[in-house]
Design a protein around this ligand. Structure first.
Ligand code: HEC
Ligand code: HEC
Ligand SMILES: [Ca+2]
Ligand SMILES: [Ca+2]
Ligand SMILES: [Ca+2]
Length: 466
Protein backbone atom coordinates (compact mmCIF):
# COMPACT_ATOMS: atom_id res chain seq x y z
CA UNK A 1 0.00 0.00 0.00
CA UNK A 2 2.96 2.27 0.67
CA UNK A 3 4.14 1.74 -2.87
CA UNK A 4 0.67 2.52 -4.12
CA UNK A 5 0.50 5.84 -2.31
CA UNK A 6 3.93 6.99 -3.38
CA UNK A 7 3.19 6.06 -6.98
CA UNK A 8 -0.07 7.93 -6.80
CA UNK A 9 1.48 11.08 -5.42
CA UNK A 10 4.20 10.95 -8.06
CA UNK A 11 1.58 10.69 -10.78
CA UNK A 12 -0.37 13.57 -9.25
CA UNK A 13 2.79 15.64 -9.14
CA UNK A 14 3.44 14.91 -12.81
CA UNK A 15 -0.07 15.89 -13.79
CA UNK A 16 0.11 19.08 -11.71
CA UNK A 17 3.36 19.99 -13.47
CA UNK A 18 1.81 19.15 -16.82
CA UNK A 19 -1.26 21.25 -16.22
CA UNK A 20 0.96 24.07 -15.00
CA UNK A 21 3.01 24.09 -18.21
CA UNK A 22 0.01 23.52 -20.42
CA UNK A 23 -2.31 26.04 -18.84
CA UNK A 24 -2.93 27.63 -22.22
CA UNK A 25 -3.85 24.39 -24.02
CA UNK A 26 -6.53 22.68 -21.93
CA UNK A 27 -6.71 19.75 -24.39
CA UNK A 28 -3.53 18.10 -23.11
CA UNK A 29 -4.63 18.53 -19.50
CA UNK A 30 -7.56 16.22 -20.15
CA UNK A 31 -5.32 13.20 -20.48
CA UNK A 32 -6.61 9.82 -19.26
CA UNK A 33 -7.12 9.95 -15.50
CA UNK A 34 -4.45 7.85 -13.84
CA UNK A 35 -6.87 5.27 -12.45
CA UNK A 36 -8.32 4.59 -15.88
CA UNK A 37 -5.02 3.44 -17.42
CA UNK A 38 -4.75 -0.26 -18.19
CA UNK A 39 -2.34 -0.84 -15.30
CA UNK A 40 -5.06 -0.12 -12.74
CA UNK A 41 -7.11 -3.27 -13.27
CA UNK A 42 -9.47 -2.43 -10.42
CA UNK A 43 -9.59 1.37 -10.79
CA UNK A 44 -9.07 3.02 -7.41
CA UNK A 45 -9.27 -0.37 -5.68
CA UNK A 46 -6.04 -1.47 -7.41
CA UNK A 47 -3.03 -2.53 -5.32
CA UNK A 48 0.56 -2.74 -6.48
CA UNK A 49 1.45 -6.07 -4.96
CA UNK A 50 2.57 -9.10 -6.93
CA UNK A 51 3.43 -11.25 -3.92
CA UNK A 52 1.75 -14.43 -2.73
CA UNK A 53 -0.67 -12.14 -0.81
CA UNK A 54 -1.72 -10.26 -3.95
CA UNK A 55 -5.38 -11.40 -3.76
CA UNK A 56 -5.78 -10.76 0.00
CA UNK A 57 -5.34 -7.01 0.28
CA UNK A 58 -8.17 -4.65 1.25
CA UNK A 59 -9.07 -2.04 -1.37
CA UNK A 60 -6.79 0.95 -0.66
CA UNK A 61 -9.64 3.47 -0.98
CA UNK A 62 -11.74 2.19 1.95
CA UNK A 63 -12.72 4.68 4.66
CA UNK A 64 -11.39 3.84 8.15
CA UNK A 65 -14.81 2.44 9.16
CA UNK A 66 -15.07 0.39 5.97
CA UNK A 67 -11.53 -0.90 6.51
CA UNK A 68 -12.56 -2.11 10.00
CA UNK A 69 -15.61 -3.85 8.56
CA UNK A 70 -13.43 -5.53 5.92
CA UNK A 71 -11.10 -6.83 8.65
CA UNK A 72 -14.08 -8.23 10.58
CA UNK A 73 -15.15 -10.03 7.43
CA UNK A 74 -11.62 -11.32 6.93
CA UNK A 75 -11.74 -13.01 10.36
CA UNK A 76 -15.08 -14.68 9.52
CA UNK A 77 -13.83 -15.77 6.07
CA UNK A 78 -11.07 -17.68 7.85
CA UNK A 79 -13.26 -19.00 10.70
CA UNK A 80 -13.14 -22.78 11.05
CA UNK A 81 -16.55 -24.24 11.87
CA UNK A 82 -17.06 -27.23 14.16
CA UNK A 83 -19.85 -29.59 15.17
CA UNK A 84 -22.53 -28.05 17.42
CA UNK A 85 -22.70 -27.55 20.37
CA UNK A 86 -19.51 -25.51 20.71
CA UNK A 87 -18.60 -22.07 22.01
CA UNK A 88 -16.91 -20.83 18.85
CA UNK A 89 -18.28 -21.30 15.30
CA UNK A 90 -20.67 -24.21 15.84
CA UNK A 91 -23.11 -25.53 13.23
CA UNK A 92 -20.87 -27.35 10.77
CA UNK A 93 -22.71 -29.94 8.70
CA UNK A 94 -24.03 -32.52 9.44
CA UNK A 95 -22.85 -32.93 5.85
CA UNK A 96 -20.49 -30.49 4.17
CA UNK A 97 -17.60 -30.06 1.74
CA UNK A 98 -15.17 -28.02 3.81
CA UNK A 99 -14.91 -26.30 7.19
CA UNK A 100 -14.07 -22.69 6.21
CA UNK A 101 -14.30 -20.34 3.26
CA UNK A 102 -10.53 -19.93 3.07
CA UNK A 103 -9.95 -23.68 2.86
CA UNK A 104 -11.46 -23.66 -0.62
CA UNK A 105 -10.60 -20.11 -1.65
CA UNK A 106 -6.98 -20.51 -0.55
CA UNK A 107 -5.30 -17.09 -0.06
CA UNK A 108 -8.51 -15.63 -1.54
CA UNK A 109 -7.43 -17.31 -4.75
CA UNK A 110 -8.56 -20.35 -6.67
CA UNK A 111 -8.85 -24.02 -5.89
CA UNK A 112 -7.74 -27.01 -7.94
CA UNK A 113 -8.63 -30.60 -8.58
CA UNK A 114 -7.06 -33.05 -6.13
CA UNK A 115 -3.80 -34.86 -6.83
CA UNK A 116 -4.24 -38.56 -7.52
CA UNK A 117 -4.79 -39.88 -3.98
CA UNK A 118 -5.74 -36.66 -2.24
CA UNK A 119 -9.46 -36.24 -1.32
CA UNK A 120 -11.57 -33.40 -2.73
CA UNK A 121 -10.60 -30.09 -1.15
CA UNK A 122 -11.53 -27.13 -3.31
CA UNK A 123 -13.39 -28.88 -6.12
CA UNK A 124 -17.04 -29.68 -5.61
CA UNK A 125 -19.75 -31.38 -7.63
CA UNK A 126 -23.24 -30.09 -8.27
CA UNK A 127 -25.93 -32.67 -8.93
CA UNK A 128 -29.38 -32.67 -10.50
CA UNK A 129 -31.94 -34.76 -12.29
CA UNK A 130 -32.58 -34.22 -16.00
CA UNK A 131 -35.33 -31.77 -16.80
CA UNK A 132 -38.59 -33.49 -17.53
CA UNK A 133 -40.41 -32.76 -20.76
CA UNK A 134 -42.66 -30.21 -19.15
CA UNK A 135 -40.05 -28.49 -16.96
CA UNK A 136 -39.29 -25.17 -18.60
CA UNK A 137 -35.90 -23.70 -19.46
CA UNK A 138 -34.81 -21.09 -16.93
CA UNK A 139 -35.89 -22.99 -13.83
CA UNK A 140 -33.49 -24.00 -11.06
CA UNK A 141 -31.79 -27.42 -11.25
CA UNK A 142 -33.96 -30.33 -10.07
CA UNK A 143 -32.61 -31.76 -6.79
CA UNK A 144 -31.69 -35.45 -6.59
CA UNK A 145 -33.73 -37.16 -3.83
CA UNK A 146 -31.42 -37.92 -0.91
CA UNK A 147 -28.62 -35.75 -2.31
CA UNK A 148 -30.03 -32.32 -3.16
CA UNK A 149 -28.08 -30.26 -5.69
CA UNK A 150 -24.56 -30.79 -4.38
CA UNK A 151 -22.52 -33.82 -3.41
CA UNK A 152 -21.40 -33.30 0.21
CA UNK A 153 -18.37 -35.53 0.50
CA UNK A 154 -17.70 -34.98 4.20
CA UNK A 155 -19.83 -35.41 7.34
CA UNK A 156 -19.67 -34.94 11.11
CA UNK A 157 -19.18 -38.05 13.28
CA UNK A 158 -22.84 -39.10 13.47
CA UNK A 159 -23.56 -38.79 9.76
CA UNK A 160 -22.42 -40.37 6.51
CA UNK A 161 -20.89 -38.41 3.67
CA UNK A 162 -23.10 -38.54 0.59
CA UNK A 163 -20.32 -40.01 -1.50
CA UNK A 164 -16.89 -39.53 -3.01
CA UNK A 165 -15.66 -38.85 -6.54
CA UNK A 166 -13.00 -40.66 -8.51
CA UNK A 167 -11.29 -38.66 -11.25
CA UNK A 168 -9.54 -40.27 -14.22
CA UNK A 169 -7.89 -38.27 -16.95
CA UNK A 170 -7.61 -39.32 -20.58
CA UNK A 171 -4.72 -37.70 -22.42
CA UNK A 172 -5.36 -36.09 -25.81
CA UNK A 173 -2.81 -34.56 -28.12
CA UNK A 174 -3.38 -31.51 -30.25
CA UNK A 175 -0.93 -30.39 -32.92
CA UNK A 176 -0.77 -26.69 -33.79
CA UNK A 177 -0.17 -25.44 -37.36
CA UNK A 178 3.58 -25.14 -36.78
CA UNK A 179 3.77 -28.76 -35.59
CA UNK A 180 3.94 -28.13 -31.83
CA UNK A 181 2.29 -30.95 -29.89
CA UNK A 182 0.21 -29.93 -26.87
CA UNK A 183 -1.11 -32.51 -24.39
CA UNK A 184 -4.56 -31.98 -22.94
CA UNK A 185 -6.18 -34.08 -20.21
CA UNK A 186 -9.89 -34.80 -20.35
CA UNK A 187 -11.45 -35.61 -16.98
CA UNK A 188 -13.89 -38.46 -16.29
CA UNK A 189 -15.76 -38.37 -13.00
CA UNK A 190 -17.26 -41.35 -11.19
CA UNK A 191 -19.31 -40.79 -8.05
CA UNK A 192 -18.43 -43.61 -5.64
CA UNK A 193 -19.19 -44.76 -2.08
CA UNK A 194 -22.62 -43.11 -2.03
CA UNK A 195 -24.61 -43.65 1.20
CA UNK A 196 -27.58 -44.68 -0.96
CA UNK A 197 -27.78 -45.40 -4.69
CA UNK A 198 -27.68 -42.43 -7.03
CA UNK A 199 -30.16 -42.44 -9.92
CA UNK A 200 -28.52 -43.59 -13.17
CA UNK A 201 -29.43 -40.41 -15.03
CA UNK A 202 -27.93 -38.01 -12.46
CA UNK A 203 -26.24 -34.92 -13.93
CA UNK A 204 -22.88 -34.05 -12.37
CA UNK A 205 -21.15 -30.67 -12.71
CA UNK A 206 -17.60 -30.14 -11.41
CA UNK A 207 -16.78 -26.66 -10.05
CA UNK A 208 -13.44 -25.51 -8.74
CA UNK A 209 -13.39 -22.57 -6.27
CA UNK A 210 -12.71 -19.28 -8.11
CA UNK A 211 -10.69 -16.37 -6.70
CA UNK A 212 -12.74 -13.91 -4.62
CA UNK A 213 -11.08 -10.52 -5.16
CA UNK A 214 -12.57 -7.66 -7.20
CA UNK A 215 -16.08 -9.05 -6.92
CA UNK A 216 -17.71 -5.88 -5.57
CA UNK A 217 -16.65 -4.19 -8.80
CA UNK A 218 -18.37 -6.92 -10.85
CA UNK A 219 -21.49 -6.52 -8.70
CA UNK A 220 -21.38 -2.76 -9.35
CA UNK A 221 -21.49 -3.06 -13.17
CA UNK A 222 -24.93 -1.73 -14.19
CA UNK A 223 -27.21 -4.37 -15.64
CA UNK A 224 -27.74 -2.42 -18.87
CA UNK A 225 -23.97 -2.32 -19.47
CA UNK A 226 -23.86 -6.14 -19.29
CA UNK A 227 -26.99 -6.56 -21.40
CA UNK A 228 -25.53 -4.27 -24.07
CA UNK A 229 -22.99 -7.03 -24.82
CA UNK A 230 -25.63 -9.77 -25.03
CA UNK A 231 -26.37 -10.94 -28.57
CA UNK A 232 -28.35 -14.12 -27.97
CA UNK A 233 -29.35 -14.69 -31.59
CA UNK A 234 -25.93 -13.51 -32.86
CA UNK A 235 -27.52 -10.66 -34.79
CA UNK A 236 -24.13 -9.27 -35.81
CA UNK A 237 -23.06 -12.66 -37.20
CA UNK A 238 -19.62 -12.85 -35.56
CA UNK A 239 -20.29 -16.35 -34.20
CA UNK A 240 -20.44 -15.10 -30.61
CA UNK A 241 -23.74 -14.76 -28.82
CA UNK A 242 -23.48 -13.98 -25.11
CA UNK A 243 -26.57 -14.66 -23.07
CA UNK A 244 -27.57 -13.36 -19.66
CA UNK A 245 -28.55 -15.86 -16.97
CA UNK A 246 -31.62 -14.98 -14.91
CA UNK A 247 -31.69 -16.70 -11.54
CA UNK A 248 -33.87 -16.74 -8.47
CA UNK A 249 -33.05 -13.93 -6.02
CA UNK A 250 -34.22 -15.08 -2.59
CA UNK A 251 -34.19 -11.57 -1.12
CA UNK A 252 -35.98 -9.84 -4.01
CA UNK A 253 -38.23 -12.92 -4.50
CA UNK A 254 -37.97 -12.73 -8.27
CA UNK A 255 -35.68 -13.72 -11.14
CA UNK A 256 -32.78 -11.28 -11.56
CA UNK A 257 -29.54 -11.17 -13.59
CA UNK A 258 -27.02 -13.83 -12.53
CA UNK A 259 -23.39 -12.72 -12.16
CA UNK A 260 -21.45 -15.06 -9.88
CA UNK A 261 -20.33 -18.67 -10.11
CA UNK A 262 -19.10 -20.53 -13.20
CA UNK A 263 -22.59 -20.44 -14.71
CA UNK A 264 -23.61 -17.03 -13.35
CA UNK A 265 -26.14 -18.80 -11.16
CA UNK A 266 -25.99 -16.35 -8.23
CA UNK A 267 -27.43 -12.83 -8.51
CA UNK A 268 -25.67 -11.07 -5.62
CA UNK A 269 -22.66 -11.58 -3.39
CA UNK A 270 -24.92 -11.69 -0.33
CA UNK A 271 -26.79 -14.66 -1.78
CA UNK A 272 -23.58 -16.26 -3.07
CA UNK A 273 -22.07 -16.10 0.42
CA UNK A 274 -25.22 -17.42 2.13
CA UNK A 275 -25.39 -20.24 -0.41
CA UNK A 276 -21.74 -21.08 0.29
CA UNK A 277 -22.45 -21.36 4.02
CA UNK A 278 -25.43 -23.60 3.31
CA UNK A 279 -24.28 -25.80 0.44
CA UNK A 280 -20.55 -26.01 1.16
CA UNK A 281 -20.42 -25.94 4.97
CA UNK A 282 -23.88 -27.04 6.16
CA UNK A 283 -24.49 -23.70 7.90
CA UNK A 284 -27.88 -22.01 7.97
CA UNK A 285 -28.47 -18.25 7.64
CA UNK A 286 -31.56 -16.06 7.41
CA UNK A 287 -31.45 -16.46 3.61
CA UNK A 288 -31.26 -20.27 3.68
CA UNK A 289 -32.84 -21.46 6.94
CA UNK A 290 -33.07 -25.09 5.99
CA UNK A 291 -30.05 -27.38 6.42
CA UNK A 292 -28.73 -28.78 3.13
CA UNK A 293 -29.34 -32.22 4.62
CA UNK A 294 -33.02 -31.68 5.48
CA UNK A 295 -35.19 -34.63 4.64
CA UNK A 296 -32.34 -37.03 3.99
CA UNK A 297 -32.63 -40.53 5.37
CA UNK A 298 -29.34 -40.68 7.30
CA UNK A 299 -30.12 -37.49 9.23
CA UNK A 300 -32.95 -36.66 11.56
CA UNK A 301 -32.26 -33.51 13.57
CA UNK A 302 -31.86 -30.06 12.09
CA UNK A 303 -31.23 -26.77 13.80
CA UNK A 304 -34.01 -24.22 13.52
CA UNK A 305 -32.11 -21.00 14.21
CA UNK A 306 -29.77 -19.46 11.66
CA UNK A 307 -26.33 -20.77 12.64
CA UNK A 308 -24.65 -17.66 11.27
CA UNK A 309 -26.07 -14.22 12.10
CA UNK A 310 -27.00 -11.48 9.64
CA UNK A 311 -24.12 -9.41 11.04
CA UNK A 312 -21.60 -12.09 10.05
CA UNK A 313 -23.25 -12.58 6.67
CA UNK A 314 -22.98 -8.84 6.12
CA UNK A 315 -19.28 -8.50 6.99
CA UNK A 316 -18.28 -11.56 4.94
CA UNK A 317 -20.21 -10.18 1.97
CA UNK A 318 -18.48 -6.83 2.46
CA UNK A 319 -15.13 -8.62 2.63
CA UNK A 320 -15.53 -10.24 -0.80
CA UNK A 321 -16.90 -6.95 -2.16
CA UNK A 322 -13.83 -5.01 -1.10
CA UNK A 323 -10.76 -7.15 -1.76
CA UNK A 324 -8.40 -5.16 -4.00
CA UNK A 325 -7.49 -6.12 -7.56
CA UNK A 326 -3.75 -6.48 -8.21
CA UNK A 327 -2.28 -4.08 -10.77
CA UNK A 328 -0.96 -5.31 -14.10
CA UNK A 329 2.74 -5.73 -14.54
CA UNK A 330 5.16 -5.10 -17.46
CA UNK A 331 2.55 -3.28 -19.53
CA UNK A 332 5.16 -1.52 -21.67
CA UNK A 333 7.09 -4.69 -22.52
CA UNK A 334 6.99 -5.06 -26.34
CA UNK A 335 6.14 -8.78 -26.10
CA UNK A 336 3.23 -7.99 -23.73
CA UNK A 337 1.99 -5.36 -26.17
CA UNK A 338 2.24 -7.81 -29.06
CA UNK A 339 0.27 -10.36 -27.02
CA UNK A 340 -2.40 -7.78 -26.24
CA UNK A 341 -2.75 -7.10 -29.97
CA UNK A 342 -3.05 -10.84 -30.71
CA UNK A 343 -5.66 -11.17 -27.93
CA UNK A 344 -7.78 -8.61 -29.76
CA UNK A 345 -7.12 -10.09 -33.21
CA UNK A 346 -8.11 -13.59 -32.07
CA UNK A 347 -11.45 -12.19 -30.85
CA UNK A 348 -10.68 -13.09 -27.25
CA UNK A 349 -11.80 -9.61 -26.28
CA UNK A 350 -15.30 -10.27 -27.65
CA UNK A 351 -16.06 -12.27 -24.50
CA UNK A 352 -13.21 -11.28 -22.20
CA UNK A 353 -14.18 -7.56 -22.38
CA UNK A 354 -11.09 -5.58 -21.31
CA UNK A 355 -12.67 -2.38 -19.99
CA UNK A 356 -15.96 -1.69 -18.22
CA UNK A 357 -17.28 1.09 -16.02
CA UNK A 358 -19.01 0.38 -12.73
CA UNK A 359 -22.11 2.18 -11.48
CA UNK A 360 -23.12 2.62 -7.88
CA UNK A 361 -23.16 -0.33 -5.47
CA UNK A 362 -25.22 0.70 -2.45
CA UNK A 363 -23.13 0.82 0.73
CA UNK A 364 -19.84 0.22 -1.09
CA UNK A 365 -18.59 3.59 -2.44
CA UNK A 366 -15.06 2.26 -3.02
CA UNK A 367 -16.21 0.04 -5.91
CA UNK A 368 -18.66 2.57 -7.33
CA UNK A 369 -17.97 4.60 -10.49
CA UNK A 370 -14.70 2.90 -11.36
CA UNK A 371 -13.10 2.16 -14.72
CA UNK A 372 -11.98 -1.45 -14.49
CA UNK A 373 -10.24 -4.08 -16.63
CA UNK A 374 -11.84 -7.38 -15.65
CA UNK A 375 -11.73 -9.18 -19.05
CA UNK A 376 -15.23 -10.58 -18.72
CA UNK A 377 -18.74 -9.81 -20.01
CA UNK A 378 -20.40 -11.85 -17.21
CA UNK A 379 -22.47 -13.53 -19.94
CA UNK A 380 -22.97 -17.18 -20.82
CA UNK A 381 -21.34 -18.72 -23.89
CA UNK A 382 -21.59 -22.10 -25.55
CA UNK A 383 -18.04 -23.42 -25.16
CA UNK A 384 -18.54 -26.62 -27.14
CA UNK A 385 -19.08 -30.28 -26.25
CA UNK A 386 -15.71 -30.95 -24.62
CA UNK A 387 -16.14 -28.35 -21.87
CA UNK A 388 -19.84 -29.15 -21.47
CA UNK A 389 -21.08 -30.42 -18.10
CA UNK A 390 -24.47 -31.23 -19.65
CA UNK A 391 -26.19 -29.88 -16.54
CA UNK A 392 -28.49 -26.88 -17.05
CA UNK A 393 -28.50 -24.17 -14.38
CA UNK A 394 -31.41 -21.71 -14.77
CA UNK A 395 -30.98 -20.32 -18.32
CA UNK A 396 -27.48 -21.74 -18.73
CA UNK A 397 -27.65 -24.92 -20.78
CA UNK A 398 -25.27 -27.86 -20.45
CA UNK A 399 -22.70 -26.34 -22.81
CA UNK A 400 -22.71 -22.80 -21.48
CA UNK A 401 -20.33 -21.14 -19.05
CA UNK A 402 -19.95 -17.57 -17.83
CA UNK A 403 -16.84 -15.81 -19.18
CA UNK A 404 -14.51 -15.75 -16.17
CA UNK A 405 -12.60 -12.53 -15.42
CA UNK A 406 -8.91 -12.75 -16.35
CA UNK A 407 -7.58 -10.02 -14.04
CA UNK A 408 -4.90 -11.36 -11.71
CA UNK A 409 -4.63 -14.60 -13.69
CA UNK A 410 -0.86 -14.14 -14.11
CA UNK A 411 -0.44 -14.21 -10.32
CA UNK A 412 -2.29 -17.50 -9.67
CA UNK A 413 0.95 -19.47 -9.72
CA UNK A 414 2.55 -17.24 -7.10
CA UNK A 415 -0.54 -17.06 -4.88
CA UNK A 416 -1.88 -20.60 -5.19
CA UNK A 417 1.17 -22.54 -6.29
CA UNK A 418 -0.50 -24.07 -9.33
CA UNK A 419 -1.68 -23.14 -12.82
CA UNK A 420 -4.89 -25.17 -13.03
CA UNK A 421 -7.54 -23.29 -14.99
CA UNK A 422 -11.12 -23.65 -16.27
CA UNK A 423 -14.23 -24.62 -14.27
CA UNK A 424 -12.84 -28.02 -13.29
CA UNK A 425 -9.14 -27.18 -13.22
CA UNK A 426 -8.41 -29.60 -16.08
CA UNK A 427 -6.06 -27.15 -17.83
CA UNK A 428 -2.54 -27.36 -16.44
CA UNK A 429 -1.44 -24.00 -17.84
CA UNK A 430 -2.84 -21.01 -19.71
CA UNK A 431 -2.20 -22.47 -23.18
CA UNK A 432 -4.12 -25.63 -22.32
CA UNK A 433 -7.00 -23.45 -21.07
CA UNK A 434 -7.08 -21.62 -24.42
CA UNK A 435 -6.88 -24.82 -26.47
CA UNK A 436 -9.98 -26.22 -24.69
CA UNK A 437 -12.04 -23.30 -26.07
CA UNK A 438 -14.70 -24.48 -28.54
CA UNK A 439 -18.27 -23.58 -29.46
CA UNK A 440 -18.58 -19.83 -29.80
CA UNK A 441 -14.83 -19.57 -29.14
CA UNK A 442 -13.94 -22.10 -31.87
CA UNK A 443 -12.59 -19.40 -34.22
CA UNK A 444 -10.49 -17.94 -31.39
CA UNK A 445 -8.94 -21.30 -30.65
CA UNK A 446 -8.24 -21.93 -34.32
CA UNK A 447 -6.56 -18.52 -34.56
CA UNK A 448 -4.26 -19.53 -31.70
CA UNK A 449 -3.52 -22.87 -33.37
CA UNK A 450 -2.48 -20.97 -36.50
CA UNK A 451 -0.11 -18.66 -34.59
CA UNK A 452 3.66 -19.06 -34.69
CA UNK A 453 5.38 -20.14 -31.50
CA UNK A 454 6.59 -16.58 -30.93
CA UNK A 455 3.04 -15.29 -31.24
CA UNK A 456 1.64 -17.89 -28.83
CA UNK A 457 4.42 -17.01 -26.38
CA UNK A 458 3.47 -13.33 -26.64
CA UNK A 459 -0.19 -14.12 -26.01
CA UNK A 460 0.75 -16.04 -22.85
CA UNK A 461 3.12 -13.32 -21.68
CA UNK A 462 0.25 -10.85 -22.08
CA UNK A 463 -2.06 -13.05 -19.98
CA UNK A 464 0.68 -13.32 -17.38
CA UNK A 465 0.82 -9.52 -17.18
CA UNK A 466 -2.84 -9.42 -16.08
C1 HEC B 1 -15.99 -26.63 -0.69
C2 HEC B 1 -15.31 -25.49 -1.20
C3 HEC B 1 -15.91 -24.13 -0.95
C4 HEC B 1 -16.19 -23.53 0.26
C5 HEC B 1 -16.08 -24.11 1.65
C6 HEC B 1 -16.61 -22.19 -0.06
N1 HEC B 1 -16.58 -21.98 -1.40
FE1 HEC B 1 -17.02 -20.26 -2.37
N2 HEC B 1 -17.00 -21.23 -4.13
C7 HEC B 1 -16.65 -22.55 -4.30
C8 HEC B 1 -16.96 -22.94 -5.66
C9 HEC B 1 -16.72 -24.31 -6.27
C10 HEC B 1 -17.52 -21.82 -6.29
C11 HEC B 1 -18.08 -21.76 -7.70
C12 HEC B 1 -19.50 -22.24 -7.58
C13 HEC B 1 -20.24 -22.40 -8.87
O1 HEC B 1 -19.72 -22.08 -9.92
O2 HEC B 1 -21.39 -22.83 -8.83
C14 HEC B 1 -17.51 -20.75 -5.30
C15 HEC B 1 -17.92 -19.44 -5.55
C16 HEC B 1 -17.81 -18.41 -4.65
C17 HEC B 1 -17.99 -17.01 -4.96
C18 HEC B 1 -18.29 -16.43 -6.33
C19 HEC B 1 -17.00 -16.20 -7.07
C20 HEC B 1 -17.18 -15.74 -8.50
O3 HEC B 1 -16.19 -15.36 -9.12
O4 HEC B 1 -18.27 -15.79 -9.04
C21 HEC B 1 -17.85 -16.33 -3.77
C22 HEC B 1 -17.96 -14.85 -3.56
C23 HEC B 1 -17.59 -17.31 -2.74
N3 HEC B 1 -17.56 -18.56 -3.30
C24 HEC B 1 -17.43 -17.01 -1.40
C25 HEC B 1 -17.36 -17.99 -0.41
C26 HEC B 1 -17.51 -17.72 1.01
C27 HEC B 1 -17.72 -16.35 1.62
C28 HEC B 1 -17.41 -18.91 1.65
C29 HEC B 1 -17.57 -19.21 3.13
C30 HEC B 1 -18.85 -18.81 3.70
C31 HEC B 1 -17.18 -19.92 0.63
N4 HEC B 1 -17.16 -19.32 -0.60
C32 HEC B 1 -16.99 -21.26 0.90
C33 HEC B 1 -16.10 -23.37 -3.35
C34 HEC B 1 -16.19 -23.15 -1.99
C1 HEC C 1 -17.06 -17.11 -26.74
C2 HEC C 1 -16.49 -16.43 -25.60
C3 HEC C 1 -15.00 -16.59 -25.36
C4 HEC C 1 -13.97 -16.31 -26.23
C5 HEC C 1 -14.05 -15.81 -27.65
C6 HEC C 1 -12.76 -16.61 -25.50
N1 HEC C 1 -13.05 -17.03 -24.23
FE1 HEC C 1 -11.73 -17.55 -22.81
N2 HEC C 1 -13.23 -18.28 -21.68
C7 HEC C 1 -14.57 -18.19 -21.97
C8 HEC C 1 -15.31 -18.99 -21.03
C9 HEC C 1 -16.82 -19.12 -20.99
C10 HEC C 1 -14.38 -19.59 -20.19
C11 HEC C 1 -14.66 -20.59 -19.06
C12 HEC C 1 -14.74 -22.00 -19.66
C13 HEC C 1 -14.70 -23.11 -18.63
O1 HEC C 1 -14.27 -22.90 -17.49
O2 HEC C 1 -15.10 -24.23 -18.97
C14 HEC C 1 -13.07 -19.10 -20.61
C15 HEC C 1 -11.88 -19.39 -19.95
C16 HEC C 1 -10.66 -18.80 -20.27
C17 HEC C 1 -9.45 -18.93 -19.50
C18 HEC C 1 -9.34 -19.64 -18.15
C19 HEC C 1 -9.87 -18.71 -17.09
C20 HEC C 1 -10.00 -19.32 -15.71
O3 HEC C 1 -10.32 -18.56 -14.80
O4 HEC C 1 -9.81 -20.53 -15.53
C21 HEC C 1 -8.48 -18.25 -20.17
C22 HEC C 1 -7.03 -18.07 -19.75
C23 HEC C 1 -9.06 -17.71 -21.37
N3 HEC C 1 -10.39 -18.06 -21.39
C24 HEC C 1 -8.39 -16.99 -22.34
C25 HEC C 1 -8.93 -16.75 -23.60
C26 HEC C 1 -8.14 -16.32 -24.73
C27 HEC C 1 -6.66 -16.03 -24.73
C28 HEC C 1 -9.00 -16.23 -25.79
C29 HEC C 1 -8.68 -15.91 -27.22
C30 HEC C 1 -7.74 -16.80 -27.87
C31 HEC C 1 -10.32 -16.54 -25.28
N4 HEC C 1 -10.23 -16.88 -23.96
C32 HEC C 1 -11.48 -16.47 -26.03
C33 HEC C 1 -15.12 -17.46 -23.00
C34 HEC C 1 -14.41 -17.05 -24.12
CA1 LIG D 1 -25.57 -26.94 10.33
CA1 LIG E 1 -26.09 -32.78 -0.80
CA1 LIG F 1 -22.50 -11.78 -32.05
Amino acid sequence: MKYFHSLLSLTCLVSILLSACDSESPVTVESTPVFATSEFSGGETTVFDASSHAFSIPAPNLSPAAFEKHLEGDVEFEAVFVTAPAVVNPGLGPIYNNVSCINCHSRDGRGRPPDSDEGLVSLLFRLSLPKTEDSIDGKPPIPVPGFGTQLNNRAIVDADPEGKVKIDYTEQTLTTADGTRVHLRYPNYTVTETYQPLPEDVEVSPRVAPAVFGLGLLEAIPEDVILAYADEADADGDGISGKPNYVWDVVAQRYTLGRFGWKANQPTLLQQVAAAYNDDMGITTSLFRTENSAGQSQLTEHSAMPEVSDEILDVVTFYVQTLAVPARRNIDDPQVKQGEQLFAEAQCASCHIPTLRTGVLAGVPSVSNQTIHPYTDLLLHDMGPELADNRPDFHANGREWRTPPLWGIGLVKRVNGHTNFLHDGRARDLMEAILWHGGEAEASRQAVEQMSKAERDALIVFLESL
